[in-house]
Design a protein around this ligand. Structure first.
Ligand code: UDP
Length: 234
């Protein structure tokens, strides 16, 4: 089967790794997501993953803590998730490298763009931990930054919702899902696809975003093959 996209930046939220418990890691869930990533690699896709940390910690929800320190903690949370994903991929015989934006050489490579691209060309999955390495940013912004750096064809934002709606589908039963949207529409209507910094970076660098649900992790495989799922932002 032909590939619609060759080089993909897959953004996984921390929550997507928590399973029903909504906190921490559910290894079965992680394993199933990685099984779908493996299928994409076998089809010839190059997969780079940016993983969030919200299943452990979010800097912006830390209450009275100093925000910079709280964000440092959030970035460390992303590394826990990155290592879990790496483990589940290796367990399924997929070559994988973790690169972190904050050096922790005993457990991961430092982020080096050319090296990341080389790994992808060799068929290895690359997982980016620690976000951008800077406080006050998100892993959504990290996705747009890394996607631009590695020349990704598209960002797959795999979430708990099956696309972008005109209102919150959990609160409004009449909410309508968009199949396609332009960046101007999401910025003007303030639709929550990604945070504004991330969305405007994608707009400036012409990187499309496909938002779809991870309920069935094989949606990643369907998306790689160009099946019409979720919402495409272009
Ligand atoms: N974070 C950060 N800089 C970055 C990326 C992430 O400081 O470049 C911190 C921030 O505290 C954030 C946390 O890491 O709340 C986890 O990332 P995020 O909230 O994006 O995770 P997700 O919601 O996708 O699970």
């Amino acid at each position: 089967m032909a590939l619609k996209y060759k080089r993909i930046l897959l953004k996984l939220s921390g929550e997507a790794l928590a399973g029903d418990q909504k906190f921490g890691l559910d290894y079965d869930t992680v394993y199933r997501i990685c099984a779908s990533v493996k299928k994409c690699v076998e089809l010839g896709a190059e997969i780079a993953i940016v993983v969030g940390g919200g299943n452990f910690w979010r800097g912006r929800s830390s209450g009275q803590m100093d925000r910079t320190r709280a964000d440092h903690m959030g970035m460390l949370a992303t590394v826990i998730n990155a290592l879990a994903l790496a483990d589940a991929l290796e367990a399924q015989k997929v070559d994988v490298r973790v690169q972190t934006a904050i050096a922790m050489q005993q457990i991961a490579e430092p982020y080096i763009r050319n090296r990341a691209v080389r790994h992808l060309e060799k068929g290895r999955v690359v997982i980016f931990g620690c976000g951008t390495g800077n406080p006050f940013f998100s892993t959504d912004t990290t996705s747009s930054l890394r996607a631009a750096e590695i020349d990704a064809d598209i960002i797959f934002k795999a979430t708990l919702v099956d696309g972008v709606y005109d209102s919150d589908p959990n609160k409004n039963p009449d909410a309508v899902r968009y199949d396609r949207l332009s960046f101007s529409e999401i910025l003007n209507k303030e639709l929550t696809v990604m945070d504004m910094t991330a969305a405007s970076m994608c707009k400036d660098n012409h990187i499309p975003i496909l938002v779809f649900s991870l309920d069935d992790p094989d949606n990643i495989v369907r998306a790689v093959q160009g099946e019409e799922i979720g919402t495409l932002v272009q």
